[in-house]
Design a protein around this ligand. Structure first.
Ligand code: SF4
Ligand code: SF4
Length: 326
């Protein structure tokens, strides 16, 4: 795989500082049952990195300090990790909203037959990737048979009450472009998805989140292999909107890796750019166990690079989808 990190610095992306974090995004590891072409985590079945129980306990200690409204759990396929369910249970016991970034096919994995019921019983919001409502496009990006399995997963979640508008069980889908283009209007595409998924498969969901592909890891390598890296960065930069700087996710979120180290966002985690301020450890990295006062993060400088243009291009992009309406 071609490394894009050296191509991202230096950068003239504007300086950013953090507000008090209200979302804790936790990556439980890089093992996944899929190996998608555009995965910015470079996850797959052969990855072995996984959060252990003692690190999970440190994450829960941080949540107990207060101030965290949302726990956003990601991977890989986080549900494969043995700490996934205890972490969800402990966060819910603290009345923290939990989001699971779920690839849908995981609901059919051997040994996880009760996963959908587990998530519903704990009111876990599901964020599920579905880059198109056409099977050939999804299978091209995510692997053969992924689309059909995803539809079966969505039907199962609907049967449990997800996206019925009354149960409070939220089911949001994620779209990212298949090629080196910016996502279309989130509102327009959401209307298309709702119409087509209902008509073709009888499936419903709450919101569609459009994400911009970041020029890092597997997609960064793909761009380089295809001679499109410089053009894609130029596309992102030309579409930059200053208004998005106030709402990029790193202003209100911190990201934790499977070892417990702290990053400004999931993308910086994948680039191995730990957050500033970890001088108290020999490796100079800030660890979740060091965060005895969440307020200490407020005002901290965020490490930015050329990849950050991906968050501010056009309607903007974050783990929560577009930043602006449109
Ligand atoms: S399902 Fe998600 S984490 Fe797994 S390989 Fe695909 S994009 Fe990566
Ligand atoms: S990639 Fe996006 S979220 Fe991460 S530091 Fe840059 S602007 Fe912030």
């Amino acid at each position: 795989m071609l490394d894009s990190k050296p191509l991202l610095f230096p950068s003239d992306f504007p300086a950013l500082t953090r507000r008090r974090p209200t979302t804790l995004q936790v990556n439980l590891g890089y093992r996944c049952n899929q190996s998608c072409v555009h995965c910015h985590v470079d996850a797959g079945p052969k990855r072995r990195e996984e959060m252990d129980r003692s690190t999970m306990a440190q994450v829960v200690e941080y949540l107990r300090l207060g101030g965290t409204h949302t726990l956003d759990i990601t991977g890989g396929a986080p549900e494969l990790n043995a700490v996934f369910r205890p972490l969800v249970d402990q966060a819910r016991a603290l009345d923290i909203h939990v989001m699971d970034r779920c690839n849908l096919t995981i609901l059919e994995q051997p040994g996880l037959a009760d996963l959908a019921e587990f998530l519903a019983a704990r009111q876990v919001e599901i964020i599920a990737s579905l880059p198109c409502y056409l099977s050939e496009n999804v299978d091209a990006q995510r692997g053969n048979g992924v689309f059909e399995a995803s539809i079966r997963g969505l039907r199962r979640l609907n049967e449990l009450g997800y996206a019925d508008g009354t149960s409070g069980l939220l089911l949001n889908l994620v779209y990212n472009p298949i090629d080196a283009t910016l996502p279309p209007s989130q509102a327009v595409l959401e209307a298309d998805y709702k119409r087509e998924l209902q008509a073709r498969y009888g499936v419903r969901f709450d919101r569609l989140l459009t994400l911009t592909n970041m020029p890092i890891r597997r997609f960064g390598s793909w761009l380089q292999s295809n001679g499109q890296f410089a053009d894609y960065l130029a596309l992102l930069k030309a579409a930059h909107q200053d208004d998005n700087l106030d709402v990029v996710m790193c202003r209100d979120l911190i990201s934790i890796d499977w070892r417990g180290y702290v990053y400004d966002c999931d993308f910086n985690q994948m680039l191995d750019l730990p957050t500033e301020g970890g001088a108290q450890r020999a490796d100079r990295r800030l660890h979740i166990a060091d965060l005895t006062d969440p307020n200490s993060l407020e005002g901290g400088a965020i490490r930015v690079g050329e990849h950050c243009w991906g968050c501010t291009a056009g309607q903007g992009s974050s783990c929560g989808g577009a930043l602006a309406s449109g």
